[in-house]
Design a protein around this ligand. Structure first.
Ligand SMILES: Nc1ncnc2c1ncn2[C@@H]1O[C@H](COP(=O)(O)OP(=O)(O)OP(=O)(O)O)[C@@H](O)[C@H]1O
Ligand SMILES: [Mg+2]
Length: 246
């Protein structure tokens, strides 16, 4: 099976070289754990280092703010967009009913999953996308009535992305300490991999960790790895590194 380098320093070697190609991976964590940075790092390095075009669907954060945040990490997303290597689809503004200034966006008349899927398919075909990020899954569910609807929607999303042949990162918010990785109790089963980001907001030194909870078709580390968000994004460390300090 082909492997897709994640772009996250130190992560590929923990899972036989990267994500399994063409599969979906859920990145779960509480707020501020680095899910969006993880997603953009996957897209940025995919485009920049591996020549793989990527689509970033942003449902929570406005694209202009996202670009600004990423520029702080030294990632010039605009430049990659101009080169047709990255496309941001704005699904954030449709939810509040204000027209987007983005080239690729959902209509202001309201959020519509089918329209979003169509936009992903169209963009994917046009730029030859190999990577997709959906940030975030819970944000998709705003207009759904019941849990059954959102389950069906997530299944549909996963199926369509699988048919497109892209490798997908989906993000999901979970409360710290909760023993579930998706909000709707189906995400974690639909996807082929789950990466959990933790942030223990205590102490003075870095207290972020990353844990590969599952990765189908892959041998992977089962440890809780220290990670940091630095000037150039996320770096994951081997567990041994921790002991070296003592
Ligand atoms: N340039 C930077 N250098 C160091 N740390 C940073 C930098 N930029 C962001 N961070 C850290 O990353 C966190 C935000 O990361 P990110 O937006 O990816 O989190 P998230 O999990 O997507 O959060 P949310 O659930 O709110 O969407 C910040 O709270 C901050 O701690
Ligand atoms: Mg986020």
């Amino acid at each position: 099976m082909n492997r897709v380098p994640t772009g996250v320093k130190g992560l590929d070697e923990l899972m036989e070289g990267g994500f399994p190609e063409g599969r979906s991976i859920l990145v779960a964590g509480a707020c501020g754990t680095g899910k969006s940075i993880f997603g953009m790092q996957f897209i940025y390095y995919g485009a920049k280092q591996h020549g793989e075009p990527g689509i970033y669907v942003t449902l929570d954060e406005r694209p202009d703010l996202l670009r600004q945040d990423m520029l702080m990490l030294g990632w010039d997303i605009r430049k990659l967009e101009e080169a047709n290597m990255v496309h941001i689809i704005d699904g954030s503004i449709a939810k509040i009913g204000i027209p987007s200034e983005e080239e690729f966006s959902m209509p202001a008349t309201g959020f519509d999953l089918d329209k979003l899927l169509l936009e992903i398919m169209r963009t994917s075909k046009r730029i030859g996308a190999k990577r997709v990020v959906i940030d975030s899954i819970p944000a998709l569910g705003l207009n759904f009535q019941g849990e059954a609807d959102i389950r069906a929607a997530i299944l549909k999303l996963a199926y369509i992305l699988m048919r497109l042949g892209v490798t997908t990162v989906m993000t999901s918010e979970v409360k710290e300490g909760e023993n579930s990785f998706g909000k709707y109790g189906v995400e974690e089963y639909v996807v082929d991999g789950v990466v959990v980001l933790h942030y223990l907001g205590v102490g003075t030194r870095s207290n972020r960790t990353l844990h590969i909870r599952k990765m189908r078709a892959t041998r992977h580390s089962e440890d809780l790895h220290p990670m940091e968000i630095g000037a150039d994004g996320i770096t994951v460390h081997k567990v041994e590194r921790e002991y070296e300090k003592y």
